[in-house]
Design a protein around this ligand. Structure first.
Ligand code: DLL
Length: 432
């Protein structure tokens, strides 16, 4: 049976949800206009006043906020509450080197943890569960967010943070953890280590995993589910909108329900900024309608995905977003062709390789080069490596339309990730 943390909200009629969003949006725009001079200037420049925003239909009138606004306004320029009312900051330097500092009132923390509690409940979590949180703790939002959600649900919470993988497995076995929270790349590493230590899935009690903070494919999901003997669920969020829990997967495992009572999503064409209808792929934009200290309106996430309102078998009426296929700024353009690392990952796992790989892009004599190092499984080492490299290169060419150079490397030779995996080195940027 499907469990809900807040059935009234999660299964609310679309009509009532719209009413709630309309009310909250109007209030939020006023709050921001009055308290954030930076955004007030953007609205003034666009000739929009708070009175122009009467409902979600008027959302498109508001100016966008981008990562560069965050940089310009760093550190306090987007703060909407006095510091005396803020109780926490979280931050990320991200894999793309951007710095974001987000502020929270106590109420912001409560709402954020509530969103995470919805995610944990959606995977079947209750106060009978032991929830092992191996996202990083500290400035990164992953550990604190899921930790708070786990407390709310009443799970016995193991605040492990990331790293020390053998100890993770020891605790998992001794304390009989049932829910694992970490990045998908770390989950894959934990699964690998479990088997390396001579254990099988019969030696652990895990039933579900809540994995996010980086893109991962359906193939990766199946591979983790097999190695840990669990159901693996996606969770999405970003520091700018509080952290994990902006959206979460349910039993259907076909995309993530957005907590629309807190965040209004839009999809736009990243080039023209035009708002796109549901079902079209574009950049995800969020408006926070409940955050007090750091309420971003029409924030451009750079994440590319699709929104759908198709009825979900779990009973939730919250709109769903697809797995982000990557960030628009993670997309590689190689010999004029758009390439997402996730496409390469799909082929590798389909062809029976490990999810341990490194993509290196360079420019030699004015031509882009694409080298992909892929780790073999121990049983693949004895085969004809040259032949395997060739056939993998053909499979990748079929997916991408361009030929890579594939290098099959020894098992365990590619550095494992305990947080967000770094899978791409683009040397063209280093030369520029
Ligand atoms: O990664 C928050 C988080 C922690 C989410 C734990 C889920 C679990 P940031 O470090 O600010 O925050 O990075 C946010 O990570 O814009 C996406 O590009 C990416 N991302 C987050 N979740 C997913 C996901 C946290 N499920 C950035 N799938 C976002 C794909 C994701 N990408």
């Amino acid at each position: 049976m499907e469990r809900y943390w807040n059935e009234e909200i999660e299964c609310m009629s679309r009509e009532d949800m719209k009413k709630l969003q309309d009310e909250r949006l109007v209030k939020q725009v006023k709050h921001v206009y009055e308290n954030v001079p930076y955004y007030r200037n953007l609205m003034d420049e666009k000739g929009v006043t708070p009175e122009d925003i009467k409902s979600t239909e008027d959302l498109h009138k508001l100016p966008f906020l981008t990562k560069s606004d965050l940089r310009d306004a760093y550190p306090y320029g987007l703060l909407a509450k006095p510091l005396s009312e803020c109780v926490r900051i979280q931050s990320t330097s991200g894999t793309t080197g951007r710095r974001v500092v987000a502020f929270y009132t106590q109420n912001d923390i409560d709402l954020w943890e509530d969103c995470c509690a919805r995610a944990i409940t959606a995977v079947g979590g209750t106060n009978e569960d032991v929830c092992q949180v191996c996202y990083g703790y500290g400035l990164f939002t992953g550990g604190p967010g899921l930790n708070g959600g786990s407390h709310k649900v009443g799970c016995l919470t193991l605040p492990m943070s990331s790293g020390n993988t053998e100890r993770q497995i020891q605790f998992m076995r001794d304390l009989q953890s049932t829910i694992l929270c970490c990045t998908p790349s770390y989950a894959a590493y934990i699964g690998e280590t479990l088997h390396d230590m001579g254990y099988t899935t019969d030696d652990i009690k895990l039933k579900a995993g809540i994995f996010g903070a980086e893109p991962w494919t359906e193939e990766m999901r199946r591979s983790i589910e097999k190695s840990l003997g669990i159901k693996a669920y996606d969770i999405y969020g970003l520091t700018e909108t509080s952290g994990p829990g902006v959206s979460f997967e349910c039993s259907e495992q076909t995309g993530m329900h957005i907590n629309e009572d807190h965040f209004i999503p839009e999809i736009i064409n990243p080039e023209t900024e035009e708002v796109l209808p549901d079902g079209e792929t574009g950049e995800l934009v969020f408006t926070s309608i409940t955050k007090e200290a750091f309420p971003l309106l029409r924030y451009r996430t750079r994440d590319l995905c699709v929104l759908t309102r198709k009825k979900c078998s779990c009973g939730r009426t919250l709109i769903k977003m697809s797995k982000p296929m990557g960030r628009s700024d993670d997309m590689l353009i190689i010999r004029g062709v758009n390439v997402f690392p996730s496409q390469i990952e799909t082929v590798l796992i389909e062809q029976g390789y490990t999810p341990n790989y490194l993509i290196e892009v360079d420019r030699v004599n004015n031509t882009d080069t694409l080298d992909i190092s892929v780790e073999m499984n121990p049983e693949q080492v004895s085969g004809d490596v040259r032949d395997s490299e060739k056939s993998l290169a053909v499979a990748i060419k079929t997916m991408l339309g361009i030929s890579p150079k594939v290098h099959l490397v020894e098992p365990k030779s590619i550095t494992r990730s305990e947080g967000k995996a770094v899978r791409v080195i683009d040397r063209r940027k280093l030369h520029d």
